[in-house]
Design a protein around this ligand. Structure first.
Ligand code: SF4
Ligand code: SF4
Length: 100
């Protein structure tokens, strides 16, 4: 894969990395990453004891969630700022270069 790169004003080439995944096993659903992401990339979701996604809406008839986890809902919106990774105390976020 040829990685997407940009050339900085200094002439240095830089390869940005974008959100690739969030480790569901490590995530505690604290929402810190969601708060710092200003590009509507992330979404908090519920998972049941079998690891299946369930609604967080108490008015829906879905099974009760066991825990909340952050998910990557819109990776196409990510600008690669890495703010989510910087605030995550559990080191859940993985970033990767994009294809050119
Ligand atoms: S890298 Fe930046 S834009 Fe991308 S998900 Fe994280 S906080 Fe949002
Ligand atoms: S900051 Fe880390 S632990 Fe908290 S919701 Fe985001 S990915 Fe999960």
């Amino acid at each position: 894969m040829t990685a997407f790169t940009i050339t900085l004003p200094s002439g240095v080439e830089w390869t940005p990395t974008f959100i690739d995944s969030i480790d569901r096993a490590k995530c505690i659903g604290c929402g810190r990453c969601f708060k710092v992401c200003s590009h509507q990339v992330l979404e908090l979701r519920g998972v049941d004891e079998d690891g299946e996604f369930v609604s967080l809406d108490p008015d829906e008839d879905d099974e009760e969630y066991e825990k909340k986890v952050m998910t990557v809902a819109h990776p196409e919106n990510c600008i690669g700022c890495r703010a989510c990774a910087m605030v995550c105390s559990k080191k859940c976020c993985t970033h990767a270069p994009a294809a050119a």
